[in-house]
Design a binder for this molecule. Structure first.
Ligand SMILES: C[S@@+](CC[C@H](N)C(=O)[O-])C[C@H]1O[C@@H](n2cnc3c(N)ncnc32)[C@H](O)[C@@H]1O
Length: 338
């Protein structure tokens, strides 16, 4: 018998998200790091919560697989311990915070974006793009959110695709440098350059220095939409979560610039949440597409076949897709400049 239970799950998705966001805001998982077990009374005292909310929060977090019972107390599950404790290498809290503070309320006006085909999180009348912002809150949050999603995605890409034959990576729109940091850790022969807008440079340098990789990862500033050329001297170019921000014309121009910047034999890696060719899923890619509506002017999530067509038209060959499972990508489309 068909039941409306799937609709209940979809409809109440925000209950789970806001529970997670509140627990992250309270730093519940940070307090329980290292296997610490706490009773409900201790949670009440430490977080200054009355009895009923503490009881409800602990039950909800346990139901979501974030906490588990241990005797009369609670402790982090492995999921929370690995990804929700501040300071962990693949801390995911930056993404939770960004969705909570930046996109959650604008999503309330999704119908408006659907009718007007306009972003909701910023104003195209006063700003060139989502990324060209001097807003300190945004600067503090967005690139941190990207880093917290991409550090694990980069690890998955590094397992799925062998960078062992490459020497110099150019990460175009590399943000705070999560991919170069992870890939250089895994591939000792690799050096990298993070290319991004000028105001992002300090954030990348901070992360690269903190990772102890300043001798192998450099930064370069520029604009991949308007600069006549991208930096050369690299044998592999990465575009992670870049092309989904832009329309087809802009993407073809970016790919042409990447082609021109690579030597013969050089590789391009397009890492994204790829839509299935029949555009019916997966959910992660299709819903990221809705976020592109909320956050960008012309972006959408594309299929592997669409990227393959554009890559071939730009002059690339040997196009193939490697699949993997990560928060920021489910695969990469890889091609070579002949
Ligand atoms: C969605 S983020 C992806 C960041 C990174 N590649 C990752 O996957 O974590 C998009 C990045 O593109 C950069 N960007 C946007 N427009 C740009 C432009 N015109 N030129 C250079 N970088 C740009 C942004 O600053 C941001 O870091």
């Amino acid at each position: 018998m068909i039941t409306p239970t799937p609709l209940m799950e979809i409809t109440t998705g925000y209950w789970a998200f806001k529970t997670l966001a509140a627990a992250v805001e309270l730093d519940l998982f940070g307090r329980l790091s290292g296997g610490r077990v706490v009773t409900q009374q201790e949670v009440q005292q430490e977080l200054d919560l009355p009895e009923r909310p503490a009881d409800l929060l602990l039950a909800a977090c346990a139901s979501l697989g974030l906490l588990e019972r241990s005797g009369t107390g609670y402790r982090n599950t492995e999921l929370a311990e690995q990804f929700l404790v501040p300071g962990r290498p693949h801390y995911f809290g930056g993404q939770v915070r960004y969705c909570d503070e930046r996109t959650y309320l604008p999503y309330h006006r999704l119908g408006e974006a659907l009718r007007a085909d306009r972003p909701l999180t910023w104003d195209p009348q006063t700003q060139e793009s989502l990324f060209t912002t001097a807003d300190p809150g945004m600067l503090a949050m967005f690139w941190e959110a990207m880093y917290s999603t991409s550090s694990f995605t980069a690890r998955s890409l590094g397992e799925a695709y062998d960078f062992g034959a490459h020497r110099r990576l150019l990460d175009v729109g590399g943000g705070a440098g999560a991919f170069p940091v992870e890939l250089c850790r895994r591939y000792p022969q690799l050096r990298a350059t993070v290319f991004d807008l000028p105001h992002v440079r300090a954030k990348a340098e901070e992360k690269i220095t903190a990772a102890g990789l300043a001798d192998r990862i450099g930064t370069a500033s520029g604009n991949f939409l308007t600069d006549p050329a991208l930096p050369t001297g690299h044998d592999v170019i990465l575009l992670s979560m870049i092309l989904h921000d832009w329309n087809e014309t802009q993407n073809r121009a970016i790919l042409a610039r990447c082609h021109a910047a690579l030597p013969p034999g050089g590789a391009i890696v397009v890492c994204e949440l790829l839509l299935d060719d029949d555009r019916t899923g997966p959910r992660s890619a299709a819903l990221m597409g809705m976020t592109m509506l909320v956050e960008t002017e012309g972006g959408r999530n594309y299929s592997g076949a669409e990227y393959a067509d554009w890559l071939v038209d730009a002059g690339f060959t040997d196009v193939r897709v490697v699949a993997f499972d990560a928060p920021g990508a489910n695969g990469a489309v890889i091609a070579r400049r002949p």
